[in-house]
Design a binder for this molecule. Structure first.
Ligand SMILES: Nc1ncnc2c1ncn2[C@@H]1O[C@H](COP(=O)(O)OP(=O)(O)OP(=O)(O)O)[C@@H](O)[C@H]1O
Ligand SMILES: [Mg+2]
Length: 368
């Protein structure tokens, strides 16, 4: 028998996914390559402006999936980011990801709030790849579906991961008010930018955040997050392979990969490594799509949207377009979100590609 308080009583539970309150928070995204902080203000309802942002790089292997390896370094990086961005709010929204979290759309019979909660817990017990008694489960009700039931987004995470991240962030003087997951933060930004203009919501849209250690693969359909999976591919695989093959250290390999010459070209041997690793990427992505198609009997895709630093890998977009046979576009938060004039063009460029998760977290509001 599962204790219902799992959903209700945790102060720092993953808050009712997608729900927004009234007071703003600092978005903190702790990724493999950097700690990013963002603060957003709502200039009028539904209109957002990025007012503060900073990204402080982490050294190689500061975390492995959701395992924090270099706690002191991450705390220091977060403190530096807070100072650099000039953030004075202490309420934070953080996100977690990795093997100890799960995001899943459920179709339930529906009923009263209590009945829906029971159904979520029952489903959570089936799907959670970890012990439900030491996890936090939360859900967001999308509404009725055409079958007469209800669609719900269930989010679950192991408590020790939630508390490890929360403690780490609180060590740096912040108060964690909301714990979110990467995929939901990205989906929130995506919906804010594109949902209104979406031509046919019945088509499925693939969204991918290609980071350093992982790719969040999301299917958006009929106005909601319909499917989500984390794939273990990302930019660090390329960097590691360059390190290995060319006998370089991490920073040298990162530099070689990301800095092209005056003509925009990379050395031939680096391009070869990229080509080889991209082949693995595309195989993994194809596998995930095939799994989705089989599991959901859905192959009506209309486009693919990407974000994350890994998406800047040369030839990745072209390769994706050719395996997906779909147009692939970059999510551009600044199509709708304005920003403070203090940000330089190159700041905005880098936030466009690597700041979407932090922006999504900063768009959260809390009820105080
Ligand atoms: N111009 C570029 N060309 C190729 N790769 C790039 C470029 N710029 C950044 N990257 C890669 O993008 C990755 C960082 O992206 P991002 O900031 O989205 O990752 P992260 O959020 O730290 O990682 P994760 O979410 O996986 O923990 C690094 O692997 C970096 O090498
Ligand atoms: Mg990331």
């Amino acid at each position: 028998m599962i204790d219902k308080t799992i959903i209700n009583n945790l102060v720092y539970k993953i808050k009712d996914a997608l729900k927004l309150g009234s007071s703003s928070v600092v978005g903190i995204d702790i990724g493999l390559s950097a700690v990013k902080v963002a603060e957003i203000i709502e200039t009028k309802p539904g209109t957002y402006k990025l007012v503060k942002y900073a990204s402080v790089p982490l050294s190689e292997g500061a975390l492995i999936e959701d395992e924090i390896q270099k706690e002191d370094e991450i705390i220091e990086a977060l403190q530096s980011a807070v100072i650099e961005a000039n953030i004075d709010t202490t309420n934070a929204c953080i996100s977690i990801s990795g093997p100890n979290t799960i995001v899943r759309k459920l179709q339930l019979a529906g009923g009263t709030d209590e009945e829906i909660e029971d159904q979520v817990l029952w489903e959570a017990e089936q799907y959670l790849p970890f012990d439900i008694d030491s996890s936090t489960v939360s859900y967001h009700l999308f509404g009725e579906n055409i079958g007469g039931g209800v669609d719900v987004l269930m989010v679950g995470a192991k408590n020790d991961v939630i508390y490890r991240y929360k403690d780490l962030v609180e060590h740096s003087g912040m108060r964690v008010k909301v714990v979110d997951v990467d995929a939901v933060a990205i989906t929130n930004v995506f919906e804010h930018l594109y949902l209104e203009e979406m031509e046919d919501p019945n088509f499925s849209r693939i969204i991918m955040d290609i980071g350093a250690q992982k790719t969040s693969f999301i299917i958006h359909k009929k106005g909601i997050l319909a499917f989500c999976k984390e794939i273990n591919i990302g930019g660090s695989m390329i960097t590691e392979e360059i390190q290995r093959q060319l006998g370089l250290n991490f920073l040298e390999a990162e530099g070689l990969k990301t800095q092209s010459d005056a003509n925009g070209n990379l050395p031939e041997e680096v391009l070869q490594v990229i080509e080889d690793v991209l082949e693995i990427f595309f195989k993994e992505i194809k596998k995930t799509i095939d799994f989705y198609i089989t599991a959901m009997s859905d192959e009506d895709f209309s486009e693919c949207w990407v974000t994350g630093g890994g998406a800047l890998t040369p030839n990745l977009i072209e390769g994706l377009e050719s395996i997906l046979k779909l147009p692939v576009k970059f999510i551009n938060p600044f199509e709708k979100i304005t920003y403070d004039s203090k940000f330089s063009e190159s700041d905005i460029d880098s936030i466009t590609y690597t700041g979407v998760t932090a922006i999504g977290l900063a768009m959260r509001k809390i009820d105080e």
